[in-house]
Design a protein around this ligand. Structure first.
Ligand code: NOJ
Ligand code: CA
Length: 512
């Protein structure tokens, strides 16, 4: 097993979108002090780690994924000292926190980019990817043209205002395409490692890395990008061996080869993540018309390719995709969480998913959110003003709240033992009591369909998980004894000779 920080063995992450979590000063936008005031809530749920979306100086044309100063917290969230206080408060509770590193691009407001736009050669000329004539665009990429004194087009990574930092080309084909070991690309990587060093030495525990798989251009198989991250991992192992990194890559075989401790399965990419939760017939819908087999096949392939190299993480959602509760409802959500919290890899719970927060329909785009805005609405704490998120006048809220009269709240669900949040809390406690269920425990699929069955094991502990999202009872051949039931959602599984009878919308875990 490759070395990893020990705290990853049983880390369960909670994703915080800082602008929508808790507003401490009544300006309508969440902030660091607000987050500090809710750390006990996260701990009470059972999560022991946090990933927080970007919180740095930015014009916020992409909610902070357009950074203008990597070294400065955005004033709307607080000061650098507040952020460091947040690290300390997290650690006091025995928890860890990852910041969001955006190494692929900056805001077009970043001083590096302003210098890079100058005609005269300077330190930042090669910090971004430029063609050598404004009349040439880079095939396959968007570009920024006609705004610089410099004669050239600058590649963009995502939105037009996000110029691509220069990590070089794996196979340079044009004179302006620099090889990965040229001085410009090397200096860009050094600059990014300095950013990491700055925050790690102030107490953050690692990073979620934005668009990690696309730094080196013209790199079809990812070889250049893998080599780049291996350098970063060597730097971390040497200077910050307790730091963890997780990639937004979606191809764990490549990401973990590159030295990431964890990679997300997510919406884009070949993982079939969407088959489970977000397609016309999701596997976890009680209609029971979904298909889990392509997901399982791909998962097993990745699992076999990455054995002992790191974690494959399946998030409940994130700030880029529809809320889980847009497609799943009621007990469907409980069954989905039973899966998410009994799979290997570190679980990631997107804020509010633990109470079934809904996707808010019909919103105008906020800060480059577009369709994503509906998944970024303020956390619903209780029934007080603005659901306890903020004391600001309602029109000043960063994003409008879910207007539904029956919108779920954390307070109500904490008081209700039958709520989704209570179920999530129970599942987390179960996971934390059984090493076989934890992040590095083994998995072997026994049946892929309705029901889904898998064995989890670690040391002497062998557990069997049986999940049936369908509204119909299902039967499956199973000649072995089941063992002792240690978790049960809804009715109990029965054994009828060599047949298991798995009740509708149930989840169970047996100790073998
Ligand atoms: C992925 C982030 O999750 C998303 O929110 C952002 O817009 C793009 N990367 C660009 O940074
Ligand atoms: Ca605020």
């Amino acid at each position: 097993m490759s070395r990893h920080p020990a705290w990853l063995d049983n880390a369960i992450f909670y994703q915080i979108y800082p602008q929508s979590f808790c507003d401490s000063n009544g300006d309508g936008i969440g902030d660091f002090q607000g987050i500090i005031s809710k750390l006990d809530y996260i701990k009470d749920l059972g999560c022991n780690a946090i990933w927080m979306n970007p919180c740095f100086e930015s014009p916020f044309l992409d909610a902070g994924y357009d950074i203008a100063d990597y070294y400065k917290a955005a004033p709307r969230y607080g000061t650098n000292d507040d952020l460091i206080q947040l690290f300390d408060e997290v650690h006091k509770r025995g928890m860890h926190i990852l910041l969001d590193l955006v190494p692929g691009h900056t805001s077009w407001n970043h001083p590096w980019f302003k210098a890079s736009m100058k005609a005269e050669r300077n330190e930042y000329t090669d910090r971004y990817v430029w063609t050598d004539s404004v009349w040439e665009e880079a095939a396959g990429y968007g570009s920024l043209r006609g705004i610089s004194e410099r004669d050239g087009s600058c590649l963009v990574n995502f939105f037009t205002h996000q110029p691509a930092l220069n990590y070089g080309f794996f196979n340079p084909e044009r004179p302006w395409q620099q090889p990965i070991d040229a001085e410009g690309p090397r200096k860009t990587l050094e600059a990014m490692m300095d950013v990491m060093r700055f925050w790690l030495s102030r107490g953050c525990d690692g990073f979620r890395v934005d668009m990690a798989g696309s730094l080196v251009k013209n790199d079809k198989d990812g070889k250049g990008t893998i080599a780049l991250w291996q350098k970063v991992r060597a730097f971390l192992d040497k200077e910050f061996p307790e730091a963890a990194i997780i990639s937004e890559w979606g191809e764990p075989d490549k990401a973990l080869e590159g030295g990431f401790h964890m990679d997300f399965l997510f919406q884009s990419g070949p993982s079939h993540y969407n088959d489970l939760f977000r397609c016309e017939e999701p596997y976890f819908s009680s209609r029971g018309k979904g298909d889990v087999t392509a997901f399982v096949d791909k998962y097993v392939e990745y699992h076999n390719k990455t054995k002992n190299k790191g974690l494959i993480c399946i998030p409940s959602g994130n700030h880029d995709i529809d809320r889980l509760a847009r497609t799943l409802h009621g007990d469907e959500l409980k069954v989905a969480f039973a899966f998410l919290l009994t799979m290997p890899g570190a679980p990631y719970i997107y804020y509010g998913d633990e109470i079934g927060m809904r996707y808010v329909e019909g919103l105008h785009s906020v800060e480059g959110g577009y369709r994503r805005t509906g998944s970024r609405s303020p956390m619903q704490w209780d029934n007080s003003t603005n659901a306890g998120f903020s004391t600001a006048p309602v029109e000043k809220l960063y994003i409008p709240l879910d207007p539904a009269a029956d919108r779920p709240t954390a307070a109500a669900q904490m008081a209700d033992p039958t709520s989704l949040r209570s179920e999530v809390q129970r599942l987390i406690a179960l996971r934390q009591a059984h090493p076989a269920l934890q992040n590095f425990g083994e998995i072997e699929f026994v049946h892929a369909g309705y029901p889904l069955m898998y064995l989890r094991s670690s040391g002497d502990e062998n557990l069997l998980v049986i999940i049936n999202p369908s509204a119909e009872e299902k039967r499956v051949e199973y000649a072995q004894t089941l063992g002792t039931c240690i978790y049960q959602l809804n009715s109990a599984v029965r054994q009828d000779g060599n047949t298991l009878v798995v009740p509708a919308q149930s989840a169970s875990v047996f100790r073998k």
